[in-house]
Design a protein around this ligand. Structure first.
Ligand SMILES: [Zn+2]
Ligand SMILES: [Zn+2]
Length: 336
């Protein structure tokens, strides 16, 4: 079978590999769609520190059940998505029902080979049926779940003025789910192109580009009190540090994006607000189910989230274009 293999940074190609052999308790899936995101771009560019090459990328997956244990609830041919965060089941986080931050987590397409291939075998608990969704929608469940998880972490309600910093795919997802929770949402970014897309195509009404007028805009949006809950989805250490100052007294700050830097903040500013600082990592099955429900109902404008699509076998050439044009790429999905 064909697999897209990144054998070292900036080197990616198509390989012929033997098809996997399914073990009992696993499901074999024929891959139909693979969404690409910043993680894949980082793997390709060699910016993923804990990754051994060669690696088959792909963690935003949709496919059809090809082989499954007799008596399992899944049917051959059924459309599914995969929760790519494979937990150990026994560590301190797993024992607290937080498999998304498992000590020994294996993420498909990062720590172990992922879905840019014809067939993949995964544990049955990682497979989620998505009846009623299109294959493209099924491939969007994972990245949207990361945003849904962050909003759940932030315990957003209709009483909240929420600020989302970063209008990439994760930030746009966070802004959407804050809207669903009833919050008054403001979305900011350095890219006017991304903001215009989020406003005109996805329906996030209140957006503002980072610049001289930003402060006055944020004060007007919050009666000068700043925001009950702030989300960082920038992947930028300086932006994360700046975000502390956008939190209202008594507010929460949820860090969704990950940076390699050390983050510093003023303790008096942090303390006088009694800031609640939260990390948000990956997502759980509960978040996946919530996203699937909202895709099924049409609440999530999924047609607008996908900005690029291409044949999976063209990934080796496409990935460079996608990285070069990140400003205009919200979500790229490869078809197989
Ligand atoms: Zn992703
Ligand atoms: Zn664990």
């Amino acid at each position: 079978m064909k697999a897209i293999v990144c054998d070292k940074p900036f080197s990616i190609g198509i390989e012929d590999r033997p098809a996997p052999v399914r073990k009992p308790g696993e499901v074999m899936i024929r891959i139909r769609r693979v969404g690409l995101c910043g993680t894949d771009y980082h793997i390709f560019s060699g910016n993923q520190p804990f990754l051994a090459y060669p690696r088959v990328m792909g963690h935003e997956l949709a496919g059809e059940v090809a082989e499954v244990d007799a008596g399992a609830p899944l049917q051959i041919g059924q459309l599914v998505t995969i929760n790519p965060y494979i937990p150990c089941g026994t560590c301190v986080a797993c024992r607290k029902q937080k498999p998304n931050c498992c000590v020994n987590i294996k993420v498909l397409g990062v720590h172990v080979d992922g879905g840019m291939t014809e067939f993949i075998c995964v544990p049955a608990h990682a497979v989620i049926a998505v009846d009623g969704l299109s294959p493209d929608q099924a491939a969007m469940v994972e990245f949207l779940s990361v945003g849904a998880h962050a909003v759940r972490r932030g315990q957003v309600t209709k009483a909240d003025r929420a600020l989302v910093v970063g209008a990439g795919p994760i930030g746009v997802g966070v802004a959407l789910f804050c809207t669903f929770a009833g919050a008054a949402v403001t979305l900011i970014d350095t890219s006017q192109e991304r903001l215009a897309y989020a406003r005109d195509k996805v329906g996030i009404e209140h957006v503002k580009q980072v610049g001289e007028e930003l402060q006055a805009f944020l004060e007007a949006r919050s009666d000068g009190e700043y925001f009950d809950v702030v989300f960082d989805a920038t992947g930028n250490g300086k932006a994360i540090e700046k975000g502390f100052s956008y939190v209202a007294h008594g507010g929460r700050y949820v860090l969704v994006s990950v940076v390699k830097d050390t983050i510093a903040f003023s303790d008096p500013e942090f303390h006088k607000r009694e800031t609640t600082l939260l990390g948000s990592r990956n997502a759980t099955r509960e978040d996946f189910e919530y996203v699937i429900e909202n895709l099924r109902s049409g609440a999530i404008p999924s047609d607008m989230l996908r900005t690029h699509n291409f044949d999976l076998m063209d990934t080796p050439t496409m990935i460079k274009d996608l990285i070069a044009n990140q400003g205009s790429v919200l979500k790229a999905i490869a078809t197989f």
